[in-house]
Design a protein around this ligand. Structure first.
Ligand SMILES: Cc1ncc(COP(=O)(O)O)c(C=O)c1O
Length: 387
């Protein structure tokens, strides 16, 4: 029997080691891993530079309190600010912590300028911002919040319903928080023009824009942030997943104006930004923020998406739509999602579900074109078998 709480419906498979795009199971099978810990292992499994970083740093220093200065964290924060809109960074350990802290930062900003009633956060109905008590209520999903009482402070609008979005902004709204690409929600991309209008709306209403890049950020789309293509700047951006390459790191990026509200004692984290995590983050950042690396993500993605669209055209009874950008890809099916995922897995390709009957395909960002080719072959085979 398992002593783990059954809050996951786990597949009956475990792995003994991983290398790059591949996972090796305890029953000696080799799988092409296009889940990568759900967009976490941005450099695949056991990347030699990350292994070396962990080895080197673990011999020097793992953890000290944020009561002291942490040079590795200073270094990573500087890199993140130089690469993005942000002026300041606050480190956490996970995505949900980062999104929840973003809510705190937004509220605290208005408090600091003498508007303490501006506390409400406007989010997309059935979005995903994590599993803490506040973030499940931010998501506005009945399934996620059922049985967990009530946390107030959130309003919701339906994805794409711009009229209702505008109507839901009140004098107490502090911020709009959205995912530029809804990951768990089914790889739904917010069009660039929408992001631009959203920015304009926030400026007009004097409220903040929080863009949750936990899943879509850290070069996953071929830009460091998914929103970059729209040429707008958010006020606050939570990140996590890819920045740690498998090591738990979260962070809130923010502008100077907002950061000024976060005075000593307003937020904290025992583990957030510890030297071991920061050393890993620095190595990941050096690799994934490189222009050539980003260009390669775009080129591999182009190959993947165009071939997936060809498969869709060949099997219109199976695939409804190919969604996504960069290597954040969704295959929306007309057939049963779980059956499709199982068949891919039987053929040694690992993928994961998302809402709207979408199969998420999340290769590591350094995936080889030949590995994409291998995945395409498996996807085609499964489509033809189900056709
Ligand atoms: C957009 C978004 N925000 C927040 C989270 C929560 O991150 P974590 O699971 O690290 O708490 C996720 C996780 O999937 C996410 O996709």
């Amino acid at each position: 029997m398992s002593y783990l709480v059954k809050n996951y419906n786990r597949k009956k498979i475990s792995f003994k080691y991983g290398k790059g795009s591949y996972l090796y199971s305890t029953d000696n099978k080799k799988y092409l891993d296009f889940v990568q810990g759900i967009a976490v292992n941005s450099l695949g499994h056991t990347h030699p530079k990350l292994v070396k970083t962990i080895k080197d740093q673990s011999k020097k220093l793992w953890h000290v309190s944020n009561a002291f200065q942490i040079p590795e964290g200073e270094k990573l924060a500087k890199k993140l600010c130089q690469k993005t809109f942000a002026d300041y960074v606050m480190f956490q350990n996970s995505g949900a912590e980062a999104t929840e802290a973003s809510i705190k930062v937004a509220r605290r900003y208005f408090y600091s300028i003498g508007e303490p009633n501006k506390t409400r956060i406007l989010c997309v109905k059935n979005s995903f911002h994590g599993r803490t008590l506040a973030t499940i209520f931010a998501s506005g999903s009945k399934k996620m919040t059922e049985g967990f009482g009530h946390v107030g402070g959130f309003d919701h609008f339906v994805f794409g319903d711009h009229k209702s979005l505008k109507k839901k902004i009140t004098k107490n709204t502090a911020a709009i928080m959205i995912e530029p690409i809804m990951g768990e929600g089914g790889i739904k991309v917010i069009p660039d023009w929408c992001l631009r209008e959203l920015r304009k709306l926030c400026n007009k209403k004097k409220i903040l824009l929080i863009l949750d890049e936990v899943q879509s950020g850290i070069s996953r789309t071929g830009d460091f942030f998914a929103f970059e293509q729209s040429k707008i700047k958010p006020d606050i951006t939570p990140i996590a997943k890819g920045i740690g390459g498998g090591f738990p790191i979260g962070a809130v990026l923010m502008s100077k104006k907002i950061a000024s509200a976060m005075t000593p004692g307003t937020h904290g984290s025992t583990f957030g930004g510890n030297p071991l995590a920061m050393a890993v983050g620095n190595t990941v950042m050096d690799i994934v923020s490189n222009k050539k690396f980003l260009k390669n993500v775009k080129s591999v993605s182009k190959y993947f998406l165009s071939n997936l669209n060809d498969i869709k055209d060949k099997y219109p009874n199976i695939i409804k739509e190919i969604r996504g950008r960069g290597l954040l890809i969704g295959i929306q099916l007309k057939t049963d999602q779980m059956k499709f995922i199982k068949k891919l897995m039987d053929n040694k390709l690992l993928t994961i579900r998302a809402a709207e009957n979408v199969v998420r395909v999340l290769p590591p960002l350094n995936v080889k074109k030949s590995e994409i080719g291998q995945a395409l072959k498996i996807i085609k085979k499964v489509c033809s078998e189900l056709n």
